[in-house]
Design a protein around this ligand. Structure first.
Ligand code: GLA
Length: 396
């Protein structure tokens, strides 16, 4: 695919920084994208279906293999540098690793396959960081694809996505599901990825051109305490799964129970778990409705699925916040908007709105005004272009 000027510029920056730092003007450069999730909020770790779309923004890595076991990592976005011997790397992250825990986690999970070979690398990204667009998965996926290439490991994309997910859960220590790493690794231009997290199988669903655009709305609210609340949701889903298995019968994942199963046993779940399960089983129906709407090019039905998903994520799963509620309400008040919802983990960061093509200004002007009046903050807006998956970027 043709890379956007922004991706080309990012690749040039990372190449120039590598050359300055390591004296090699021709490192290999790889790009991996971030994503938004159209619908399927917090379903991945419950074995549900999710529907992410990769964006044109992401992370570039410039890399050169080494003949020894040293790994030297730098970033144009972060001050910390790391210089260590691969044999000194433990099984989980060390606070001194800072952001470099992501590429180090990938190296650790590739383990034996890397053998005695280290590398020098420089990273740079153009995604808003920690805003729900998967900047950390993009770092992992860029690292995995680049290492796979320069060391000729021969691993297919799905395998690399699993390596990245293991890096995040086992090395970095975040109990996330597989969505972000799979979305970045398997993204295809002009398509959403329907990922069945129960067995990690997937299909690409074409996004019909012309009917709508996706507007990304960044509340700029930092997601403080998000990881605590996130892990709490994971625990609650595990507790609810135990009850459903006991009362209904064994299924591998919570999202594989139906709305009817939930109705049958709801009284045996404590009130908070009732809300969590209601979100999970009803969100599965909304993903199915969204896929049908995408397939038939029905922007109105897709927008309705987004609106309902936001309401359920806010009221039952309780992962929204005032900023995300206000920005999505303000969007819904615009006649050009089909629907809106938070994207990513929630608690802050970005929301998306499905808008009529060419209507971005008509939406961002009133939404920006409402948001500024309420929070005194200028939100960020960008019309999403559905990008492709990871790829090498040749020198211009
Ligand atoms: C974060 C996690 C994902 C997923 C989403 C919520 O982005 O990394 O695995 O759980 O939240 O849908």
């Amino acid at each position: 695919m043709n890379d956007s000027p922004a991706t080309e510029a990012l690749a040039e920056r990372v190449r120039a920084a590598f050359s300055q730092l390591h004296g090699d003007p021709r490192p290999e450069v790889w790009f991996a994208p971030g994503r938004v999730n159209l619908v399927g909020a917090h379903l991945d770790y419950s074995g549900g279906d999710v529907l992410p779309v990769t964006v044109e923004l992401g992370v570039c890595i410039a890399i050169r293999p080494r003949a020894d076991r040293r790994v030297r990592l730098g970033s144009l976005d972060q001050p910390e540098r790391v210089d260590l011997d691969l044999s000194s790397l433990g099984a989980s992250k060390d606070p001194a690793h800072a952001w470099a825990a992501y590429p180090l986690g990938v190296s650790h999970m590739l383990g034996e396959r890397l053998g005695d070979r280290g590398f020098d690398a420089v990273f740079a990204g153009n995604l808003p960081m920690a805003s729900g667009m998967s900047s950390s998965a993009a770092i992992e996926v860029a690292t995995a694809f680049a290492l796979n290439d320069v060391f000729e490991l021969g691993l297919p994309p799905r395998e690399l996505a699993l390596v990245c997910h293991a890096a995040e859960t086992r090395f970095v220590g975040v109990q996330c599901g597989i969505m972000d790493q799979f979305a970045s690794a398997l993204g295809r231009a002009g398509h959403a990825l329907l990922l069945h997290c129960a067995d990690a199988s997937h299909e690409h669903v074409a996004i019909h051109g012309g009917g709508f655009q996706i507007l990304v709305m960044d509340t700029k609210k930092p997601r403080t305490l998000a990881s605590v609340a996130f892990n709490e949701r994971v625990q609650q889903c595990r507790a609810a799964l135990d009850v459903l298995r006991r009362e209904v019968g064994w299924r591998d994942h919570l999202a594989l129970y139906t709305v009817a199963d939930f109705e049958r046993v709801r009284d045996r779940l404590e009130p908070i778990l009732q809300k969590r399960v209601r979100h999970v089983v009803s969100e599965m129906q909304r993903v199915a409705a969204a896929v049908a709407a995408l397939t038939s090019g029905d922007a109105v039905a897709l927008g309705a699925a987004l609106d309902q998903s936001h309401r359920s994520a806010a009221l039952d799963y309780e992962v929204s916040c005032d900023e995300l509620d206000v920005i999505t309400d303000a969007a819904r008040a615009c006649p050009e908007v089909f629907g809106a919802r938070l994207t990513g983990a929630g608690f802050g960061g970005c929301a998306i709105a499905l808008i009529r093509p060419g209507s971005a200004n008509a939406v961002t002007e009133p939404v920006g005004r409402v948001f500024r009046d309420r929070f005194g903050v200028e939100p960020g807006f960008s019309v999403l272009r559905a990008g492709g998956g990871p790829r090498p970027i040749a020198a211009g």
